[in-house]
Design a protein around this ligand. Structure first.
Ligand SMILES: [Zn+2]
Length: 76
């Protein structure tokens, strides 16, 4: 389960109505409306995340800057 960071609803990532990529992290939303709200002001919602979740966002951002947006291919 993941949490829609706009409305705080728990959703199954396979059933999310929308998702958005921000700085290398994927966010899931219950509806297109929530995605649009997030896309308009992503930082505002990221600030409300728990510290460990913000850490993951930061980590993804650094990874993206260092390695690009492609997932690692070493493990295939
Ligand atoms: Zn929502």
């Amino acid at each position: 389960m993941v949490r829609d960071i706009v409305c705080n609803m728990e959703i199954n990532e396979n059933q999310a109505a929308a998702r958005s990529e921000y700085k290398g992290s994927i966010f899931y939303f219950c509806a297109e409306t929530c995605k649009n709200i997030f896309d308009a002001e992503p930082e505002r919602y990221i600030k409300k995340l728990p510290w460990w979740r913000r850490f993951l966002v930061k980590l993804a951002e650094v990874n993206k800057e260092t390695y690009g947006s492609e997932p690692p291919k070493c493990c295939k």
